[in-house]
Design a protein around this ligand. Structure first.
Ligand SMILES: CC(C)(COP(=O)(O)OP(=O)(O)OC[C@H]1O[C@@H](n2cnc3c(N)ncnc32)[C@H](O)[C@@H]1OP(=O)(O)O)[C@@H](O)C(=O)NCCC(=O)NCCS
Length: 169
């Protein structure tokens, strides 16, 4: 395993963090990255950095605190691994495990009893790495969002065609 240090992300690391995020999620627009970075920095969660002996960033782990129910968990609030990334040239050498160990230590000290996470369907490597580190699969899902304005407009349109009870009589 390379000589690495796991530490909390500092303000000066933000550019490198963003670069790694863009490598991990290349399809995510820059504005979305900036929004998520901002949300994470304002949250009570934690961003951990793995740093090599030369000070180079090797990876990161983002942990948020989710306050709504999280699939498969028994506790609320629960720490949630939002992002977990190791530079491709440094994978399979224990860096990812060191990040999760540090996240676990932080979460236990903060009084939490579980760490939840997800991986995209099809990310077999990510799924296997989770399993190796003691994460248990609790379900698979596809997420949806529908803008409420469009939804309510649609419902209004539908309702125009529904006869009132008076009309039915
Ligand atoms: C997932 C990821 C962070 C793991 O980082 P890593 O530094 O390679 O992990 P480690 O070397 O510490 O390995 C941790 C465990 O997972 C296992 N593992 C890692 N990659 C694996 C793979 N591709 N297939 C099977 N097992 C794997 C290791 O064998 C190890 O288990 P062990 O200690 O019992 O041998 C890294 O592969 C990555 O950045 N992947 C792309 C991003 C991603 O998919 N993130 C997860 C979803 S957000």
């Amino acid at each position: 395993m390379p000589k690495i240090k796991i530490r909390k992300m500092a303000a000066a690391d933000q550019r490198q963090w963003l670069e790694m995020r863009r490598t991990l999620w290349p399809d995510c627009p820059k504005e979305r990255h900036l929004l998520e970075v901002d949300q994470l920095l304002r949250s009570e969660g934690l961003v951990l950095f793995a740093e090599g002996a030369d000070g180079r960033s090797l990876g990161f782990a983002e942990i948020s605190i989710r306050r709504d129910h999280v699939e498969g968990t028994c506790s609320v609030p629960v720490p949630y691994l939002e992002g977990w990334y190791v530079d491709p040239g440094h994978r399979n050498q224990g860096v990812g495990r060191a990040l999760i160990d540090a996240a676990e230590k932080w979460a236990l000290e903060a009084g939490f009893t579980e760490l939840a996470s997800d991986a995209e369907i099809g990310n077999d490597e990510g799924i296997r790495a989770h399993q190796k580190l003691g994460f248990r699969e609790v379900g698979r899902s596809v997420h949806f969002v529908r803008p409420l304005r469009a939804l309510s407009a649609g419902i209004r349109k539908q309702n125009r065609n529904i006869p009132t009870s008076n009309q039915r009589l």
